[in-house]
Each structure stands twice: as structure tokens, then as C-alpha cells.
Design a protein around this ligand. Structure first.
Ligand SMILES: [Zn+2]
Length: 264
């Protein structure tokens, strides 16, 4: 028996992806807090929302600092939102799963940018019931342009994805409004699904609509049971579209194959 002389290259990329995911996750938290207020995301540095004290770099280590400080500000001891470690943790896991799937490649960066956008959109939609255009609209453009560079998706698949994503949800939203005389889905959802189409292509758009409607309905029923039958309680749809898109990204091919197998 002998010891491995050094860590393998693959393991090194895993470590790099964890650090990278944590750093980006930390930045996403800043975007989540500042974009809805239309504040700059680069200046000033992070500070405690209660006592306004700037956060030192050693208190700003993704995930680690939250646990070392036991979820409290070093100065005023008031609680730090659970949003910070949750977003950082999800960003780290996404980065790790993507490097396992795509290796250190342009595709890794492409899909990580996509998931990062979905994380910011999801949390802002949960807090404020809006999907900021400053993320979804550039996302459509980035997805379409990047389709020229990565092998996973063709330009035409991306373009049809945008049209199908934007178009189909627009139809559903209009139909819903016509039937129930109130707005069920916002224009933000339409632009989000166009972005999903740009990154994942048209098949994933259909799968994302199916998955998010299914998961959204089940969650809706749960909330109605818990909160009473007030169906006017609006659940934002963006988080379900985002979740559906991530499932489509990782398991889309397998789900479609499984579905075709069942229907032979
Ligand atoms: Zn404080």
C-alpha cells in the first residue's frame, strides 16, 4: 500500500469549484439585497443592516463565518439573515455539481451564470414578488450569444427556446387573466421563461412548464391547507420556474427518455 503522492487534478477542480461557488454566492447575496433598492452592487462594501458597521473580510468567508459567528453580527449581536448561508450553500452545491457534470470548461461557466441568475431571481421573487428585468432580459441575450460558444446547445435551439418560452407563458397569462379576471402570472415570469429557453432550449422549456406547474400546484395545495382557503394568497411562480429549470438542466434528458420509454 502506498499513499497518493498528491491530490488528483479532478479533486483540485472540486476544491476550486467549492471556493468559486462560495465567493459568487456571497456576491449573489449582495445582489439580492441591493438590486430591488436600485443600489450599486459594487460600492460600498458589505455592512450590517442593523448597526451599519462594515463587515471585515475575515467575517465575510462564505458559510464559514456564519457558523463561527453563530448567525449573529460581531458588533451588535443581532441575527444575520439565514438567507446568507442558504444562498452561499446553494451556490457552492451548484458549482460542485456543474464541475462534476461539465468539468473545467466554458460550459461550466455558462450554466453557473444561469443558475446564479436563477438564485437571485428566486430570492427576490420570494421577498418582493417581482422578477427584476435587469437580470432576466440580459439573461436572454447572454444565453443566446453563449449558445454559439458551448457544444451543449445550438443557436437555433436557443432562439426557438426564447420564442417558445416567452410566447407560451404569455398565452397562458393572457388566458388566465381572461378566465379569472385577475392577473395570475406577471410579465416577469414570461421574461424568466424566455431566459430559461435561451439557456436550455425549447424541449427544456416544455419540461420546465410541466415540472413547475406540478410542483407549484402541490405547494399551493399545501399552503391552502395550512393558511385556509384564501386562494387569492399569491404564491410567486418564479421560484418554481427556476426549480423546474434546474431539474431540466440536470435530469431533463433522463426524464424525457424515461417518458418516451413509458409511452412505447
Ligand atoms: Zn450589527
Amino acid at each position: 500500500m502506498r499513499f497518493a503522492p498528491c491530490i488528483e487534478e479532478r479533486d483540485m477542480w472540486y476544491i476550486v469549484s467549492i471556493i468559486f461557488g462560495g465567493m459568487i454566492g456571497s456576491f449573489l447575496n449582495v445582489c439580492i439585497c441591493r438590486l430591488p433598492k436600485e443600489q450599486s452592487i459594487v460600492w460600498p462594501g458589505s455592512h450590517c443592516p442593523h448597526c451599519q458597521k462594515p463587515i471585515r473580510f475575515y467575517d465575510n468567508i462564505p458559510l464559514v463565518s456564519y457558523f463561527l459567528l453563530r448567525g449573529r453580527c460581531r458588533y451588535c449581536k443581532r441575527p444575520i439573515s439565514i438567507q446568507y448561508p442558504v444562498v452561499e450553500g446553494i451556490a457552492i452545491l451548484s458549482s460542485l455539481f456543474l464541475i462534476m457534470r461539465f468539468g473545467p470548461s466554458l460550459s461550466f461557466l455558462f450554466y453557473f451564470a444561469f443558475i446564479a441568475a436563477l438564485i437571485v431571481i428566486t430570492v427576490i421573487d420570494l421577498y418582493h414578488q417581482i422578477i427584476p428585468d435587469v437580470i432576466s432580459l440580459p439573461g436572454v441575450g447572454v444565453g443566446l450569444l453563449a449558445s454559439l460558444l458551448v457544444p451543449e446547445i445550438t443557436f437555433w435551439n436557443s432562439l426557438i427556446g426564447i420564442l417558445l418560452g416567452g410566447g407560451s407563458l404569455f398565452l397562458v397569462a393572457t388566458l388566465y387573466q381572461w378566465l379569472f379576471k385577475r392577473e395570475g402570472m406577471g410579465g416577469g415570469d414570461v421574461k424568466l421563461l424566455a431566459m430559461i429557453g435561451a439557456f436550455l432550449g425549447w424541449k427544456a422549456v416544455i419540461l420546465t412548464i410541466l415540472l413547475s406547474s406540478l410542483i407549484g400546484s402541490i405547494t399551493g395545495i399545501f399552503i391552502m391547507v395550512l393558511k385556509g382557503k384564501d386562494s387569492k394568497y399569491a404564491i410567486p411562480f418564479g421560484p418554481f420556474l427556476s426549480l423546474g429549470a434546474v431539474i431540466s438542466l440536470f435530469y431533463g434528458e433522463s426524464l424525457i427518455r424515461w417518458y418516451l420509454y413509458l409511452n412505447r
